[in-house]
Design a protein around this ligand. Structure first.
Ligand SMILES: NC(=O)c1ccc[n+]([C@@H]2O[C@H](COP(=O)([O-])OP(=O)(O)OC[C@H]3O[C@@H](n4cnc5c(N)ncnc54)[C@H](O)[C@@H]3O)[C@@H](O)[C@H]2O)c1
Length: 316
């Protein structure tokens, strides 16, 4: 994909998807500013950018007044990724999730409006809650408990989507919303208990792979390079004001995923079943017709992606 040079802001750019996105944008020759407060990332993660040119980091909370240096800068595009993530953070970072998605999104939309910049917001499959419809297409309104344990994340994302839709209609913003489904790959954080890095580490360490529930719950997994290509494509070719599901539609049970990871790592680990997580959705499955119509597709199979992630972890 050839694009003209652009000045791009990536909020949450020091996180898992943010680093992968920034690496891609720099490779394409753009200038990238990252804003991040490291609430769910580690400073060490950005070491991979140290020897690269044309990027800078601003350490700040987007939910507070934005730093003057940022407000003075000009941007053509904003990828708005910042949000505390991770199941273990649902209670300790509940307030930060709600404030980042609400006040933080408002601050970023104001910046975009001033700059006449295009915005892409990374929402989540979590806006569908515990879905009753399969597959979920973008018109499905979801099944969310607005005061449930996952609500700070889910309702935060739903509020942010609503605010973007309003800015598109009221202020003519060129905004797009992407509902990301489970994604994995290099630069994931271990602290957030996501299943792929957790299983990989447990398998490499020869520890039991821990499954919450009976392991029959189904998930889909998209390798981060495919996802980043989708974000770029939607920013470039997606329709203003539209929502796009993005991820994989190839389902696998958590138990099968555990066995695949044991195979790939040649581990002798066993599987250990723990009590189910509260409000853990039984199944999630995106309808990907809208993004496929933009000519997006996944290139990396689950097995290949797991091998690439394992190789990355081996170098850490
Ligand atoms: N990885 C997935 O599978 C997945 C699935 C659905 C949605 N998403 C969404 O994609 C985005 C990126 O996710 P990720 O997996 O890279 O998570 P991540 O936690 O690794 O990255 C999020 C980044 O945002 C930063 N951040 C949080 N609150 C902030 C604030 N107030 N000010 C500045 N920075 C802040 C964090 O420090 C972190 O670096 C998030 O919005 C997430 O909700 C990810």
């Amino acid at each position: 994909m050839r694009m003209k040079f652009m000045r791009i802001l990536v909020t949450g750019g020091a996180g898992f998807i943010g680093i992968n996105l920034t690496l891609k944008l720099l490779k394409l020759g753009h200038e990238v500013t990252i804003i991040d407060n490291f609430i769910t990332s580690e400073k060490a993660k950005i070491n991979v950018l140290r020897n690269k040119k044309n990027w800078q980091l601003i350490v700040a909370d987007i939910g507070k007044k934005l730093p003057t240096e940022l407000r003075k800068m000009k941007f053509n595009q904003i990828y708005h990724l910042a949000c505390p993530t991770g199941v273990p953070n649902l209670i300790p970072l509940a307030e930060e999730m709600l404030l980042t998605s609400s006040l933080g999104t408002l601050n970023i939309l104001e910046l975009a409006k001033k700059n006449k910049a295009k915005v892409l917001f990374t929402s989540s499959s979590e806006v569908y809650g515990d879905p009753k419809e399969f597959p979920q297409d973008e018109s499905y309104t979801g099944n969310v408990d607005c005061i449930g344990i996952r609500s700070p994340y889910e309702e935060g994302k739903r509020f942010a989507e609503s605010m973007i839709a309003m800015y598109v209609k009221k202020y003519g913003l060129t905004g797009k919303i992407v509902r990301i489904f489970n994604t994995y790959g290099p630069y994931m954080s271990l602290g957030d208990y996501r299943v792929v890095p957790r299983f990989l580490f447990q398998a490499i360490a020869g520890e039991p792979l821990t499954i919450n529930g009976d392991g029959k719950q189904k998930r889909t997994f998209c390798y981060v390079d495919d996802l980043v290509n989708g974000l770029l494509l939607i920013m470039d070719k997606g329709t203003r004001g539209e929502v796009y599901n993005l991820g994989s539609d190839e389902e696998i049970t958590i138990e099968k995923l555990a066995r695949l990871i044991i195979k790939i790592t040649k581990s002798k680990s066993m599987i250990k079943y723990l009590k189910p997580l509260s409000h853990d959705p039984w199944r999630r499955l995106p309808n990907l017709n809208k993004v496929t119509n933009l000519r997006w597709r996944r290139y990396i199979s689950l097995e290949e992606g797991l091998r690439l992630t394992r190789a990355y972890l081996g170098h850490e």
